[in-house]
Design a protein. Structure first.
Length: 126
């Protein structure tokens, strides 16, 4: 927890840029509060889809910014069309995810697990 709080305090000093470290990767974020998201990372955008919980059936494409915090640890943030501001820390070494966000006067903090997800490849018809 202290690690995450330290990272969040550093946010104003970090330089964010479009980054491809996660481009082409797809994950499922399973948060302990029951919220689950399928997240696809592209070069400069991501697509999230609620697959369980309050956001079930909702999806959106958003431009994201990313910062390598340490080997295998990334700080990602984006602003959603609803003007929700989201920060996510992915630790691919431990497969843990931490997120926080603010929308208006409402805020949240979540933690959970990351699952690698490989979409099925289309098989050519003979």
């Amino acid at each position: 927890m202290k690690f995450i709080l330290s990272l969040l305090l550093l946010i104003p000093t970090l330089s964010f840029a479009a980054h491809s470290a996660l481009a082409g990767k797809t994950f499922i974020f399973q948060y302990s509060d029951g919220q689950h998201y399928l997240v696809n990372f592209y070069e400069t955008t991501l697509r999230w889809e609620g697959i369980q919980g309050d956001d079930y059936g909702k999806s959106e494409n958003d431009e994201y910014r990313i910062r390598d915090v340490a080997p295998g640890i990334f700080l990602v943030n984006w602003t959603e069309k609803s003007e929700a501001y989201v920060d996510v820390v992915l630790n691919l070494n431990t497969m843990k995810v931490f997120s926080s966000g603010v929308q208006g006067k409402l805020g949240w903090f979540r933690e959970g697990s990351i699952l690698n997800f490989q979409p099925a490849t289309k098989i050519k018809e003979l």
